[in-house]
Design a protein around this ligand. Structure first.
Ligand SMILES: Nc1nc2c(c(=O)[nH]1)N[C@@H](CN(C=O)c1ccc(C(=O)N[C@@H](CCC(=O)O)C(=O)O)cc1)CN2
Length: 288
């Protein structure tokens, strides 16, 4: 008998979360006298980043969050961006600030992230918020890994005692993801591009989270039958017919028949990232 994995529908869940946030914002702003505010700083004209920023601004508008976006030319200096962040840190209309990544090479992204006031750190990437995650304390959580956790929770995936493997070690996803899975009582292994025999490690996973940025990195023989597979990758490829399309890091066609659950790309973790960003902004707004 052949079976196929259940799809973890991030798009549907994210839409529902946006509706809930919109209702909360409608009530809260009566008391607060202003809507929540989010400032997205974008540098340069990377088309994918520009699309993600537009997507975030559209989502803010849907929920009733005011956008204070700023778009800088690719030649912007570190000092100009530091000045913009300092101004936003002081602006009482702004509850969340984020710097869209990646930045042009001449800019020091870490220094900019460090400068964001931790209570306005909508991306959860400031050392104070990452430190709170390490210590298991409440704080603003990084959006993509928080989105993964929220999606698994919605599908009632019990992580307690499960073997989780995270492939990828970025500050944006891999490292906070591993900590969040640990917080949920999973036994966590982190692997990455330099890990010998990635397949052998991936095959130990009951829950496999892949965040590397390489199309079809994970194929069926690297996945334990019955595993839950979360694909965080987002790669634009051109198919045999010359058409551009978005794919993850998992070879969906070969893995779906053997997994228990799997996220699609698009429609999986991407929309959850945006939903968590909105949630963080509303959380900062409540707390400020
Ligand atoms: N400061 C940040 N920079 C970046 C982050 C981040 O969380 N913070 N993550 C990514 C990009 N990103 C958000 O910024 C992001 C990427 C993709 C999606 C999304 O919804 N994708 C859709 C498909 C969209 C399409 O067709 O192109 C999907 O997966 O269904 C949301 C957010 C890097 N930079």
């Amino acid at each position: 008998m052949s079976s196929t994995a259940q799809l973890l529908d991030g798009k549907a869940l994210a839409n529902g979360l946006q509706t809930e946030l919109m209702q909360q914002v409608q009530v809260l702003q009566v008391h607060m006298g202003r809507p929540p505010g989010l400032a997205v700083l974008m540098v340069g004209d990377n088309p994918a980043s520009a699309a993600y920023v537009r997507n975030k601004e559209r989502a803010c508008a849907n929920v009733g969050i005011a956008s204070f976006g700023q778009h800088f030319p690719a030649t912007a200096t570190q000092a100009e961006l530091e000045q913009a962040i300092a101004t936003l840190n002081r602006d009482d209309r702004v509850d969340g600030i984020l710097v869209q990544l990646p930045l042009p090479d001449h800019l020091d992204a870490v220094a900019l992230l460090n400068q964001i006031e931790p209570s306005k750190d909508a991306d959860g990437l400031h050392p104070v918020n990452l430190g709170r995650l390490v210590r298991g304390e409440p704080g603003l959580r990084s959006c993509t890994p928080a989105g993964v956790m929220r999606l698994l929770e919605a599908y009632k995936v019990n992580l307690k005692g499960q073997q989780a493997v995270v492939i990828g070690r970025s500050i944006l996803v891999g490292k906070p993801q591993a900590l969040m899975l640990l917080e949920a009582d999973a036994t966590v292994t982190i692997a990455h591009s330099r890990t010998p025999d990635l397949g052998a490690i991936a095959r130990t996973a009951d829950v496999l989270v892949v965040a590397v940025g390489r199309p079809a990195l994970i194929t069926a023989e690297m996945v334990k039958p019955g595993a839950i597979v979360v694909d965080v990758g987002m790669n634009r490829v051109t198919d045999a017919t010359g058409k551009a399309r978005l794919v993850g890091d998992v070879d969906f066609a070969s893995v779906q028949p053997i997994a228990k659950m799997i996220t699609p790309v698009p429609g999986g973790i991407g929309p959850m990232t945006v939903a968590m960003l909105l949630q963080n902004t509303v959380l900062s707004y409540r707390e400020r």
